[in-house]
Design a protein around this ligand. Sequence first.
Ligand SMILES: Cc1cc2nc3c(=O)[nH]c(=O)nc-3n(C[C@H](O)[C@H](O)[C@H](O)COP(=O)(O)OP(=O)(O)OC[C@H]3O[C@@H](n4cnc5c(N)ncnc54)[C@H](O)[C@@H]3O)c2cc1C
Ligand SMILES: *[C@@H]1O[C@H](CO)[C@@H](O)[C@H](O)[C@H]1NC(C)=O
Ligand SMILES: *[C@@H]1O[C@H](CO)[C@@H](O)[C@H](O)[C@H]1NC(C)=O
Ligand SMILES: *[C@@H]1O[C@H](CO)[C@@H](O)[C@H](O)[C@H]1NC(C)=O
Ligand SMILES: *[C@@H]1O[C@H](CO)[C@@H](O)[C@H](O)[C@H]1NC(C)=O
Ligand SMILES: *[C@@H]1O[C@H](CO)[C@@H](O)[C@H](O)[C@H]1NC(C)=O
Ligand SMILES: *[C@@H]1O[C@H](CO)[C@@H](O)[C@H](O)[C@H]1NC(C)=O
Length: 495
Amino acid sequence: MKNLHLLLSLILISTTTVTATATAVDSGSSPTVCIIGAGIGGSSVAHFLRRYSTSEIGTIRILERNDVVGGRMATVTISGQTFEAGASILHPKNYHALNYTKYLNLSVRQPPRSESDSCFGIWNGRNFVFKTLSSSSNFPIFQRVVSFANSVLIFFRYGFSLFRMNSFVDSTVSNFLKYYEGFESRPVFETAEEMLKWSGLYNLTTRTLQEELIDANLSPRLIEELATVITRINYGQSMSISGLAGAVSLAGSSPDLWSVEGGNRRMAVELINHSDVKLHLNEEVKSVSFIEQKYQLNTTKGKSYQCGITVVATPLDELKIQFIPGISIPERKLQHTYTTFIRGVLNPAYFGLGSVSEIPQLIGTVETPDVPFSSISVLKQHKENDMSYKVFSRKPLDDELLDRIFSVRNETVKIDWAAYPHYHAPEVFAPFILDGQHLYYVNAFENAASTMETSAVAAENIARLILSRLTGEIPSSSVELKSFGDDADDVHSDL
Ligand SMILES: Cc1cc2nc3c(=O)[nH]c(=O)nc-3n(C[C@H](O)[C@H](O)[C@H](O)COP(=O)(O)OP(=O)(O)OC[C@H]3O[C@@H](n4cnc5c(N)ncnc54)[C@H](O)[C@@H]3O)c2cc1C
Ligand SMILES: *[C@@H]1O[C@H](CO)[C@@H](O)[C@H](O)[C@H]1NC(C)=O
Ligand SMILES: *[C@@H]1O[C@H](CO)[C@@H](O)[C@H](O)[C@H]1NC(C)=O
Ligand SMILES: *[C@@H]1O[C@H](CO)[C@@H](O)[C@H](O)[C@H]1NC(C)=O
Ligand SMILES: *[C@@H]1O[C@H](CO)[C@@H](O)[C@H](O)[C@H]1NC(C)=O
Ligand SMILES: *[C@@H]1O[C@H](CO)[C@@H](O)[C@H](O)[C@H]1NC(C)=O
Ligand SMILES: *[C@@H]1O[C@H](CO)[C@@H](O)[C@H](O)[C@H]1NC(C)=O
């Protein structure tokens, strides 16, 4: 991977080195915390700051450039029906998300049984190399027979490698569960590396998924087909992503996945609503200047906010926020995922099939330049030849191509997501504390994996880090900070 270790336009003119101990924030009154971004990360920071403190925190402001809360948790409406447009599935062991759902009186939505038994196929651009059976029957007994037959089919193709893949995922999940331990046994982490080393997950970020799965003794066929298909669906990327992002992606194919009724974004909406937050929608932060021990945040509305503490809860990689003095973080590319929603019907001829009913409800793809999309799935079947579909691709799909894949296309909605980091191994992490003072970065953890839950876990640690450095309970020590210029005229890097 190119430019892996390249630091972003770093300007080092400084003679002073920032000391690891932060200077007190506005001694006396409780500091204002400004959070940039109203996704699950920003809303979770607000929630945990309120939950873990009584008087240490003053006003909490969340600045959000969109006109809605949720960020990459969003819904899309096609022909009057609402679907998840971004983050759609949660794992049964995503305990923050589960707890939010309970605490906020939201409801869990589980996919109906028939959905999980729907036909799944692996497309290589010429034919389906593998296909399960589908049960169109409404009788539970037939569904169970089909479900059993599908397990047998999958086992015949991939054999015991399936169990090895499961145990690779299970052991990763069980390490991750350490992040839910109580404060007695779980330290506050000052860096993502430290956080990952403590749970035993760090090594997985230093090697590719491919290397990890070969070491775990998985068959080449399972790696090239099933594991590749899942990783292309969940991260739009190949087996060269890190082992950790890969394990998280594979965990996203477990049974018992769930989502929040009414949209996952409701978690962020309700967290903010219950955390005594001043929410500023349609307000993009343009600059963050550290002046006289305070951060001055200027926004596109021409407003200026004074904050004792500032939390960046969005990936900085494609943003143009000006930091004064400048900050430095490792270069990171985001993987764009184009999500195309279509009401209509697929064209069986494109897949070399005779009828629509032969087309699998979930089409996964292998890593080949011949296939212009990563996956196509049926979101809902309205009538026999009337469905809502979701297509993922790494590049935008033009109408000419869509007209070959679909025979009827009554409504099309296209979304270009700066979706998640483009993963590689070894991963390099930005610091949680960007300036050695009180400027924090939740999405530094996104190089580990990008999910709603990992954002919540990172946010919880950032909230504890803020409070511990504020009250001085936990001495901030061993973090190695790079030196930054302290001359605002000379030092600023445009991110
Ligand atoms: C297509 C897709 C599918 C996915 N599927 C899943 C899935 O099934 N399960 C899962 O767990 N995860 C999934 N993810 C990943 C998941 O969406 C993210 O990891 C998670 O939502 C990130 O939350 P966040 O709060 O860290 O960032 P975001 O949700 O990106 O929030 C950042 C917010 O900051 C705002 N912002 C940015 N710049 C500024 C500025 N200068 N001033 C003010 N506001 C600003 C943005 O508008 C945004 O609202 C998926 C992502 C995509 C794109
Ligand atoms: C769930 O959230 C509630 C309310 O914030 C909190 O009291 C409880 O301790 C949380 N449980 C876990 C397991 O985090
Ligand atoms: C959830 O509902 C219960 C019972 O109706 C109520 O007591 C509680 O305050 C609600 N919680 C929130 C966060 O609104
Ligand atoms: C991670 O790798 C290092 C170096 O190879 C090794 O010493 C360490 O034991 C490994 N840690 C875990 C948790 O596997
Ligand atoms: C916010 O919470 C209050 C109760 O605390 C509730 O009455 C109100 O409907 C909520 N607003 C939204 C937008 O959910
Ligand atoms: C931010 O706004 C204030 C007040 O309008 C202004 O004095 C300052 O120069 C602005 N800072 C930047 C970096 O634009
Ligand atoms: C598409 O629209 C046409 C005309 O409105 C309608 O007859 C047809 O049933 C629709 N088909 C689908 C698949 O939505």
